[in-house]
Design a protein around this ligand. Sequence first.
Ligand SMILES: [Mg+2]
Length: 324
Amino acid sequence: MTGGAEPRLGPGAEFERILSLVRVLGARASGVGDDCALLDIGGEVLATSVDLSIENVHFRRDWLTLQEIGWRAVAGALSDLAAMGATPDGILTGIAVPGDTAPADIDECTRGIRALLEQTGGSVLGGDLSSGPVWTISVTVLGRVLRPVLRSGAAVGDTLWVTGSLGGSRAALESFIAGQDPPPPSRERFARPLPRLAAGAWLAKHGAHAMIDLSDGLAGDIRHLAAASSVAARVDLARLPLHPGVLSMAEQVGEDPAAFAAQGGEDYELLVALPHDFPAPLVERFESETGVPITRIGQIEAGEGVELSLAGHPLTIAGYDHFR
Ligand SMILES: [Mg+2]
């Protein structure tokens, strides 16, 4: 992104605070507002992003093992590289733990970080370790991409797609909140998400116009893509691919399953705008080469804002907001 301009973010208190701090920085802020910061390094682009995981905000130690906490912290950060189409080189980890934490506990969390990096590629390049009031893991990711896909590239006529399936992480979260053990597929989605790095790189290489990873829920994240691109997005929620376990949990909390999934955070799937003439055989090739399903859920139109509809009726729902 170019420097100087104010970022075009979707609505929400978290994003009002981001806009305010960008205004304070003034000319000392540059290119804020996409999934990653981008630096031209000659021939390639370096993509970098930072993500915080804080005990009792992003995770609870009575819900997850320390290995899962480490895995998850890094997965969320790497997902921002996936959204640009970038391939990870490595990460920097800033970890704070209460002063009485056993060294073996830090090792256990680190085993989770290693296990994820064995799946995704990339290594730990450095970091910082401190004491702090609660477990806090800050992960900075570094990756490279030839042609980064921004949030701002969606054009009128584009089709909107999502990878994989949605709502699994929220299904686990609702189980935990209700004091139940989540069904294994939902728990796996919540505890050990796999960032869609190969899918993101494939889509970048094959001409995706815009991408964002779904960390705060489709209903919220799609607003950022539409705002950044200065277009309107229309989505038919009946088309959403639902993770197994969503139907029963949505029934338990009394919500429509598609609305439940659209509001669920931390699925780490990709929302992508593809050119209107993207060929169907290429969609099939995407699925066979990456092993990830992709589903058309809507389209980009002229105007602004997002219209989510279900069975022909518009729905007003939002994603997760830290400052709501
Ligand atoms: Mg993101």
